[in-house]
Ligand binder design. Structure first.
Ligand code: SF4
Length: 274
């Protein structure tokens, strides 16, 4: 593949210098033809607006009880939702948290990134995707002209909102439990409703399980455009995984390109219908 200067600059931002001159025999990411919206696979299961009332799947168990009624969460504005998360005790994770990690970014950002659960540094700072994985994510976003910093640009098309499926850190950074995901997902779904993104990037296994109700491996789900409540959704690897598997950065680059294509195709569709 021949890269334009702009693409080379983007790749450099992501630390993907292998693209300039891949060594013989070095694995090079295939760039599959971008999947169009028309080719998108149907969402395996439609998630209704009141997330906590969604019938349980094999991936997510139903909660026995919740602290805030789903119908109440579904009507919350940003301040009420933030307060509800901050005071939530719906699962046992509240006992070990320093603070909840609500999310960060432009409230009407066109891009929404959904990660998994706060780690130690996120728990300490109260912000998702900080530390090394956060730096990598910021580089990836910068590579396609996006930012989580509201001050960088007032244009919501260039802004992201970042949230996790869980708002509290699991002890020892263990994997989230199904009942924890189930009890917390109403908050995430209300965040998505409030942001109304043009594209969702689901990063990592648990984000995918929550949004697509699929336990399929990331490798099987990436490379095509899914739908979540009508919003195009692209599956990709979590930055923490990319730090441990550098070669997968190339596939993450493909995923970002696919998401860009989906946003542009969606905008073109709207323009034609206007
Ligand atoms: S992880 Fe979610 S459901 Fe559990 S206590 Fe924290 S905010 Fe509440």
């Amino acid at each position: 593949m021949t890269w334009t200067e702009r693409q080379r600059a983007m790749l450099a931002e992501m630390g993907l210098r292998v693209w300039d001159a891949p060594a013989a025999g070095e694995p090079v990411a295939a760039s599959p033809p971008p999947a169009s919206i028309a080719e998108a696979q149907p969402t395996p299961r439609r998630v209704e607006a009141v997330a906590i009332s969604v019938p349980p799947s094999s991936a997510v168990a139903a909660p026995a009880a919740i602290t805030v009624a789903p119908s109440v969460v579904a009507t919350m504005d940003w301040p009420a939702l933030r307060e509800a998360v901050a005071s939530c005790t719906a699962c046992s994770l509240h006992t070990g948290r320093r603070q909840t990690v609500f999310g960060v970014g432009h409230p009407q950002a066109h891009w929404m990134i959904v990660g998994e659960a706060p780690g130690e540094e996120e728990d300490r700072r109260g912000e998702p995707f900080v530390g090394r994985s956060g730096q990598l994510l910021d580089n990836m976003l910068r590579a396609i002209g996006l930012s989580r910093q509201a001050g960088d640009t007032p244009d919501p098309a260039r802004q992201v909102f970042i949230a996790n499926t869980l708002k509290c850190r699991p002890p020892g950074n263990r994997n989230p439990l199904p009942e924890e995901l189930a009890r917390c997902e109403g908050f995430l779904i209300r965040q998505i409703e409030l942001v109304q993104p043009k594209i969702i990037l689901a990063m990592g296994r648990f984000a995918v399980q929550s949004l697509l109700r699929s336990t399929a491996p990331i490798g099987q789900l990436r490379g095509r455009v899914h739908r979540y409540q009508g919003v195009p959704l692209v599956v990709t690897y979590h930055p923490a995984y990319l730090l441990r598997n550098l070669i997968e950065k190339a596939r993450a680059w493909d995923d970002l390109c696919l998401a860009l294509d989906a946003v542009e195709a969606s905008a073109a569709h709207v323009a034609r219908g206007a």
